[in-house]
Design a protein around this ligand. Structure first.
Ligand SMILES: [Zn+2]
Length: 332
């Protein structure tokens, strides 16, 4: 048993309370590699932002859960080395699919876990979420649950179509499950292809797709039913057009990739939404920098030569999100 407290990590309780009261959201960045971890920590330290580093099933398969946990421990030490006296870093399990997995993460240094029972029948989702909550709270670990199904693809998580969260269910679900925060479905979606061209309109000037707006009416109804309760948005990359353009200009092929417009995420951050998950934008920033580098310097073969600009580009993106979209800067 390794408690996250021994590793210098924190849970989300105080962090979310402050974020909801302060009208900003905490960035939740997925990580799989050393370069992502370094970029996340550098960005968080430079902007004085709390940060959630999250580990998905795909990340555990790719990088190994134990290694990622040690990397999170390293992230805390690295933040201190960079001059941050009191880093606020959460290590979070993204889309845990069983009690056993959540328990294993809690036993191995995670400070926060998500149990995603959104594909289960309602009562089953409550039952297992409650079981996770009981174990987690005994170890002062916080729990995110999910109600409503998101469309799209994020690692192993797939859903054919989006089913918006029903506001009338949230009080019952949150009360009976005891979860600390709730991921809701209001039209965000996993992956870099969040919407089909049929779901969008096309900007006549640029020819680019304009996605349908998020269902703010549902969000506000949920806020009314559960005042101050921390709400989480998954699948909230904005799929920056300049990164997509760079990828496509250097041999890539990402036609009609489209994300959530940043002004909508900015608006959501000011509400009870206190955690915003961003994964695809980091992938795009990394890939754009690497493709450009290889195109311009075909003779390079030392991974450090192309991973350095990739890391820089991700860091720039993380800082932009923190300062310009979520507003979590200067909170340490
Ligand atoms: Zn997700």
């Amino acid at each position: 048993m390794t408690s996250y407290k021994e590793l210098g990590l924190v849970n989300t309780r105080e962090m979310f309370k402050k974020a909801v009261a302060g009208g900003y959201a905490i960035p939740a960045f997925n990580f799989n590699t050393l370069e992502q971890m370094q970029a996340i920590v550098q960005a968080a330290v430079e902007t004085k932002s709390p940060v959630i580093m999250q580990v998905s099933k795909g990340a555990r398969n790719y990088a190994n859960g134990t290694i990622l946990r040690y990397m999170a421990q390293g992230a805390v030490e690295y933040a201190k080395e960079l001059g941050c006296e009191n880093p606020q870093i959460v290590l979070h399990l993204d889309h845990g699919d069983s009690f056993e997995l959540c328990k294993d993460c809690i036993d191995n240094g995670f400070s926060s876990v998500m149990f995603d029972g959104s594909a289960l029948p309602y009562e089953e989702n409550i039952r297992i979420t409650k079981q996770v909550v009981e174990y987690a709270h005994a170890h002062d670990v916080t729990v995110e649950a999910e109600l409503g199904v998101l469309a799209g693809v994020e690692d192993e998580v797939q859903a054919e179509e989006s089913h918006y969260t029903k506001p009338e269910e949230v009080i019952d679900f949150a009360t009976r499950s005891g979860c600390d925060s709730l991921a809701i479905s209001i039209g965000t979606s996993h992956g870099a292809y969040k919407f089909t061209p049929e779901q969008c309109t096309r900007d006549p000037k640029t020819g680019r797709l304009v996605p349908p707006p998020l269902a703010f009416d549902i969000l506000h109804e949920i806020e009314k039913k559960l005042p101050g309760f921390p709400i989480v948005l998954h699948g909230s990359s904005s799929v920056p057009q300049e990164e997509v353009d760079t990828i496509n200009a250097h041999g890539g092929k990402l036609p009609d990739a489209v994300g959530i417009p940043e002004e909508q995420l900015r608006e959501a951050s000011k509400s009870a939404v206190c955690k915003i998950n961003i994964d695809s934008d980091s992938r795009l920033a990394m890939t754009a920098a690497i493709r450009k580098h290889f195109d311009e310097k075909p003779g390079d073969f030392d991974p450090r030569q192309y991973l350095k600009p990739a890391r820089e580009n991700m860091k720039k993106m993380y800082i932009h999100k923190i300062v310009e979209v979520l507003g979590s800067n200067d909170k340490l």
